[in-house]
Design a protein around this ligand. Structure first.
Ligand SMILES: *Cc1c(COP(=O)(O)O)cnc(C)c1O
Length: 392
């Protein structure tokens, strides 16, 4: 049958019917181990009872009123996010791209408040910030931009994990007002910068009056072993964007701001019809409570270490494995050649994985994965990699 959905996605030939925890079942009732979590969305696994309950209860009470009125559950979620992040306030929206749009608008308005009429934002090579016009312009991937010129102006691109490149851009341009970057690049290949990189970016932002804007859309909500990845560095950004796992599958995005950045977007400057609606906020509140109750953030760090140690033990001798790296449960296994094919081969072994930047197997398992499931994941994927590279 021909599909009447616009063909914007290259889909795998499988359709899932239901899920529970790390497991998904297809229409033939075959069970799959989900090591991707819908790309870092279902951090609590599928059909988590706390999220289910929150969504059911809220939908029976109130789904939408509009931001024309007060929304109590939105206020409660803002309180919780501020307490967990150290930021000052939050704008709610419905996706990652929208959260970054808010950050980009905030940075431009900040620039104008300083008297800079054509403000620019430093962005990174290999970054990913979304698919709207401004966020694809900020994204460091030609494939994402292909066909959509003219791009949004006002972005200056530098190499990731290279403080010197930022200093050089600052020396060349007098209109830079912010730096936007991911604490770990997800789509770009699970690129983990030097341990002090974010600290040095923070220092540069302080000395040049720039907003440090972190895209934590993939790294946030416990994924890297802290609630937000910048907490590994004991710093605070001026702006931080979240989405993906915040609602565990219920669409919600957030742009958090602090200090001088928290006062920039004033009444009438930005808005969203659905942003911060009661349904999405109640799901997010359930996510935050569950992370604490089940101690999932600390355990994400330990589980990531266990998984990587397992892969290193099994794959250390494989000369086609270039690198195995992770920050918490954001895991990359880099091969020496393009390996996108592995996604389909893994599917045949009832395992859901992803390949990004052509050569890096990316794993984003749910934070609720247990020891037995970790063993199954490591055994099954190691065997596949050995077979695929002819090393078994
Ligand atoms: C997924 C992602 C986005 C885009 O989020 P959408 O909800 O798809 O708009 C932006 N930045 C990063 C780092 C992401 O991983």
């Amino acid at each position: 049958m021909t599909s009447h959905v616009m063909p914007t996605y290259q889909r795998l030939p499988i359709t899932f019917d239901r899920g529970e925890g790390v497991w998904l079942w297809d229409e033939n009732n075959t069970r799959y181990l989900d090591a991707l979590s819908g790309i870092a969305v279902c951090n609590l696994g599928h059909a988590h009872p706390a999220v289910h309950k929150a969504v059911c209860e809220q939908s029976g009470k109130l789904l939408h009123t509009s931001n024309i009125y007060g929304i109590a559950v939105q206020e409660r979620l803002a309180d919780r996010l501020i307490a967990k992040s150290g930021m000052d306030n939050v704008f709610f929206c419905n996706s990652g791209a929208e959260a970054n749009e808010a950050a980009i608008k905030l940075a431009r308005k900040y620039g104008h408040s300083l008297g800079i009429s054509c403000p620019a934002i430093i962005v990174m090579e290999k970054s990913f910030h979304g698919r709207t016009l401004a966020t694809l312009s900020a994204t460091g991937n030609a494939k994402v931009q292909q066909g959509f010129a003219p791009l949004v102006e006002g972005f200056i691109r530098v190499a990731y994990n290279d403080v010197g490149a930022i200093e050089q851009a600052l020396a060349q341009h007098g209109n830079i007002v912010a730096i936007l970057l991911e604490p770990v690049q997800g789509e770009g290949g699970v690129n983990i910068p030097d341990a002090d990189y974010l600290n040095r970016v923070r220092e540069l932002c302080d000395s040049h009056q720039l907003l440090m804007m972190l895209d934590e859309i993939q790294t946030g909500v416990g994924r890297t072993g802290k609630f937000l990845a910048f907490q590994h560095n004991l710093i605070l950004p001026d702006v931080c964007t979240m989405a993906k796992a915040l609602g565990n599958g219920v669409p919600i995005g957030a742009c958090l701001a602090r200090g001088k950045a928290a006062g920039i977007l004033t009444a009438g400057a930005h808005g969203s019809t659905f942003g911060g609606n009661p349904l999405a906020c109640s799901a997010a509140l359930a996510v935050l409570s569950t992370l604490d109750e089940e101690n999932l953030i600390e355990s994400a760090a330990q589980k990531g270490d266990v998984i990587c140690a397992g892969f290193i033990a099994r794959l250390a001798d494989n000369k086609h494995v270039v690198d195995i790296r992770h920050k918490g449960l954001m895991i990359g296994i880099e091969l020496d050649a393009p390996c996108a094919e592995l996604v389909k081969l893994a599917l045949q072994r009832q395992l859901l994985i992803n390949v990004t930047n052509d050569t890096t197997i990316r794993l984003l398992p749910p934070l609720i994965i247990d020891g037995q499931q970790i063993t199954q994941l490591v055994d099954s994927l190691s065997a596949l990699i050995q077979d695929y590279t002819g090393q078994s």
